[in-house]
Structure formats: structure tokens, C-alpha cells
Write a protein that binds this ligand. Structure first.
Ligand SMILES: [Zn+2]
Length: 499
């Protein structure tokens, strides 16, 4: 049993020649998010497809009898929301045209009334926008929803979850979006990150100390002022690490360099030279992005940065630096990959920011409903929740610090009795990359998993796992899906028995 995605070189050439997109190229990114292994399938090779296989294909593509996930091909990327619909209570904002019923599910087919890969690709990438209340384009202002909508749920992640759930029902296995912890699937994950804006070494060190006292790891993106020097040195970098704070890159493109890709590489090299370490991930200063998503991520790929954390879920047109904001403008809660127009997966993922500067106290009030709801959304999607808190909002002499700390204390109280994967942006990025390099196959009644990292393997509903060799811890998700926890990377063969 295999999962295939049709890849037609001639159709791609045609779409590109017409100035459009071959949206089928986004399927590998969809599969990465779903934790499912798939293979490209050329139109001349479709005779190898077996009835139990599942094939992703544009509607109307000739295929032998098999399970099918189909959609009309959109090809064009145009700005703005074209349609909305409800998917099990989640509002989905479509940036591609809707033709008929949004979703139709039958025993051996799942069909969409819109270009599913095009939707995930275009909404996730967003659009560069002319500067409005800022001197240069900012990514959060390029959210596909515009300024009048706030996405209350990660609507693209919801679509991917539907696809993954269907493939599980058809007998395939999937890597969950969280690693095992204590032998089971965590309820959700949590990390805290912020940018130093090259303020002062005292701020970075004090913030690292505050987080250390709270018992939480922290992540600071360090900026070199005008691209010349960081406010911390190698000894400070190491002291932060000792306190449980990792330091990554805060790329500064505010001078609007003529060659942003070259500037990205230069600032990353400066980081390595200063600290003798790889930043692993990045977040852009003032969330400034020059050119489109593809060009920005190619710069990080050139630089060897594996994840960018620059996309923010919600903006407030009244206040460019508004706090206590949660939302999912781009529609994702898990890390996502994207592709070049020629269909190559870019080697730098994006980790979306979904909660910007949480606050309890002062003008923000004492209601904790927003925070609780955020963690519940994290649990629903098996996602890593992120508090984005700048280090200077954790330090003395700032009234915000008490309100930020209150939000963190609430989180710690809420986590009691729950299995929460406390992590960092760098650790998430490294784990997600290895998860994506893992290969999971079904051979008859055996799931063969070549795990490159600890994985929770979601199994088809009703399956009972009996590991050959070692015994792996097993459990069930909230939705009742059986899973096994692969705590050690390597080759695992899991024989399935029907319940
Ligand atoms: Zn900044």
C-alpha cells in the first residue's frame, strides 16, 4: 500500500509558461505536515497503482481503480479570500476559487471543490504588501485574510488533519506532529521566544534569569545592530545557555538591502563568527520581509538556517505593535515547508507565531480565557503553542514584565497534571526536520518505520500494534486513534492486528 501524488512535467511546463502555478507540487509539503510518506507518480507510470493505494491528483486525471484525493487545479495565485466554509466547526478561508461542494467524502475517495494544494501553498506563503503604516513590507500585514478577519483556528492545519485522518482510515500510518514524552503522546507542546533588538546584554541576561527561575527554557533571537555587532558576546551567549536560554538569529533587513539573500547569509555568518555556533532558526526584525516568501526562504536556505519564525498570526491595523494577540492568519499551527515555483521543496521551514506578547494584568485585564483557549487549540491540533515575549518585557523597569510573567505563571499552573512537551524553537525545528526525513511504509499488515527521530506513530483506527522484537509503549489519542511511541530512532517493524 502506497501513497502517490501525480506529477506531470508537461502540465507543470504549461502552467509556468502561462504565468501560473503547478499546484500539485505542494503535495510533498502537505504530506510532511501530515507525517505521511508518499512518492511522486508520473502519468506514464500509473499502471503500477494498486487498488489499496491512495493517489493525490487533480480532478479528471486518468487513474486505475484506487483510493483518490482529488481537487480542481487552480493554477493562478490572486490576492484575497474567495470563499469561506465550515469544516467541523472550523471556519476555512479559501484563497482559491470554490467550485461546488467544499468537501465530499466517500469510502474510497476524498474530493475537494477547490484546489487543496493551491490553497495550502498560496495562503501559507501570503503576499508581499505595499508598506502602509510601516516603511517597508511586513509579513504579518501580508496575511491572506486582510485586516477584517481574524482566523480563530489554524484553518489550513484543519484541512491537512482531514486528509491525514482519511489516510489513516484507509489503513496508512502517520507520524504525529509531536514527539513522544514519557512513553505517550503529549497533550501539546510549549515554547517561549523573543527578539533582543540589540538592546543590551543586561536585558538578555536578566530575561534568561527570569525564565530560569520560572523553570522554563527560553529562546532569544539576537540582532546585530546595522548588521555590524551583537549586544552579547560569546561569554554572554554561553551564560544564557547555562540558564537554559538558546540564542538564534534576528535578521535585520530594515536598511532594505539591494541583495536581501546575500545580506541574510552575511548576518548568519557574523552570528557564527561571533558565537561559534549555528543559530539554527531565525526571526526577522520588525518582521520585515523583502520580496515574496519563496525568495525570503531561499535566502535562509542559502545561509543554512533551517527554520524561520517570522510569520505572525494576527495584526491590528490601529496599532502596529499591539500585544496579547492570538490568531492564525496564514492558517497554520505546525511548521510548514513550501516550494519554489519550479516545484522544489525549499530547505527552510516556517514556524508560525500564533500568540504575540500574552499579558495578564493592567489594561489587559485578568481574564485567562484567551490563554486557555489557545492551549485547547494546541491540544486539538497536537501542536506546539508559542508565547512570543521580547526579553525586555521580562526585565525590571518595564511595567509589561509583571503582566508577561503572570501569563507564564498561568501557563505553568495550567500545565499541572498534563503531559506538555516543553521545548524551544530550535529544538522543534531540528525535531521536525528529522520527523520529515523519516519514512513510514505499509507492507501488508506490517508498518515499517525508518524513524530519524523519536516519533509517535498514529495507526489506522481499530488497529492493535504488536511490536516485533522490543515492546513499544502504546496508547490512544483523544480522538480514539491507536498509536505507538517510538522513543529510539531506527528501523521499526510494527505488525498490525485488527481489534
Ligand atoms: Zn526586532
Amino acid at each position: 500500500m502506497k501513497v502517490y501524488y501525480l506529477t506531470d512535467k508537461k502540465e507543470r511546463q504549461k502552467a509556468l509558461a502561462a504565468g501560473g502555478y503547478y499546484t500539485q507540487d505542494y503535495i510533498p509539503c502537505l504530506l510532511d505536515s501530515a507525517g505521511i510518506s508518499g512518492e511522486a507518480l508520473a502519468p506514464e507510470d500509473t499502471d503500477r497503482v494498486q487498488p489499496g493505494d491512495a493517489v493525490f491528483a487533480p480532478e479528471g486525471a486518468p487513474l486505475p481503480p484506487c483510493r483518490k484525493i482529488t481537487y480542481p487545479a487552480a493554477a493562478e495565485k490572486t490576492e484575497g479570500v474567495k470563499a469561506e466554509f465550515e469544516l467541523s466547526g472550523t471556519k476555512v478561508y479559501l484563497v482559491v476559487p470554490l467550485r461546488g461542494e467544499p468537501v465530499k467524502k466517500a469510502a474510497d475517495s476524498l474530493s475537494f471543490g477547490f484546489d487543496l494544494p493551491g490553497q495550502l501553498w498560496f495562503a501559507g506563503d501570503g503576499w508581499p504588501r505595499e508598506p502602509e503604516n510601516f516603511f517597508v513590507g511586513r509579513i504579518p500585514d501580508a496575511s491572506p485574510l486582510g485586516k477584517n478577519n481574524i482566523a480563530r483556528e489554524p484553518y489550513n492545519t484543519a484541512l491537512i488533519r482531514l486528509v491525514a485522518g482519511t489516510l489513516l482510515e484507509w489503513g496508512f500510518a502517520a507520524a504525529a506532529p509531536l514527539p513522544p514524552q514519557n512513553g505517550s503522546l503529549p497533550d501539546f507542546g510549549f515554547m517561549v521566544s523573543g527578539d533582543d533588538d540589540c538592546c543590551s546584554r543586561d536585558i538578555n541576561l536578566e530575561a534568561a534569569g527570569v525564565m530560569n527561575r520560572l523553570g522554563l527554557p527560553y529562546h532569544i533571537n539576537a540582532m546585530a545592530a546595522q548588521g555590524t555587532a551583537f549586544c552579547i558576546d560569546k561569554a554572554d551567549f554561553e551564560e544564557c545557555a547555562r540558564l537554559g536560554t538558546e540564542t538564534a538569529l534576528h535578521l535585520d533587513l530594515s536598511a532594505v538591502p539591494a541583495d536581501p539573500r546575500g545580506e541574510t547569509v552575511r548576518q548568519k555568518k557574523l552570528f557564527e563568527k561571533t558565537f561559534g555556533a549555528d543559530p539554527v532558526t531565525n526571526c526577522n526584525h520588525c518582521l520585515i520581509q523583502i520580496h515574496d516568501c519563496e525568495e525570503a526562504l531561499l535566502g535562509f536556505e542559502d545561509a543554512g538556517v533551517i527554520a524561520d519564525n517570522s510569520k505572525n498570526g494576527e495584526t491590528n491595523p490601529e496599532d502596529i505593535n499591539a500585544f496579547d494577540m492570538t490568531g492564525y492568519g496564514f492558517g497554520f499551527m505546525h511548521p510548514r515547508y513550501t516550494v519554489t515555483k519550479e516545484g522544489r521543496v525549499i530547505g527552510c521551514m516556517e514556524i508560525p507565531q500564533n500568540y504575540y506578547e500574552p499579558r495578564i494584568g493592567g489594561k489587559y485585564g485578568t481574564d485567562t480565557g484567551k490563554l486557555k483557549n489557545y492551549f485547547e487549540t494546541g491540544k486539538k491540533y497536537m501542536a506546539v503553542c508559542q508565547f512570543f515575549i521580547h526579553p525586555h518585557y521580562l526585565c525590571s523597569n518595564n511595567e509589561h514584565s509583571a503582566w508577561s510573567v503572570k501569563a507564564l505563571e498561568y501557563a505553568l499552573e495550567y500545565f499541572k497534571g498534563k503531559n506538555v512537551w516543553i521545548t524551544t524553537t530550535n529544538r522543534l525545528a531540528l525535531w521536525w526536520k528529522q520527523r520529515g526525513e523519516s519514512v513510514i511504509k505499509r507492507e501488508g499488515n506490517v508498518i515499517v518505520a525508518d524513524a530519524k527521530a523519536p516519533l509517535v506513530l498514529l495507526l489506522p483506527p481499530g488497529a492493535k500494534a504488536e511490536e516485533n522484537g522490543s515492546s513499544l509503549p502504546a496508547g490512544k489519542t483523544d480522538a480514539g486513534l491507536p498509536y505507538i511511541a517510538i522513543e529510539k530512532p531506527g528501523l521499526h517493524r510494527i505488525a498490525l492486528k485488527e481489534a
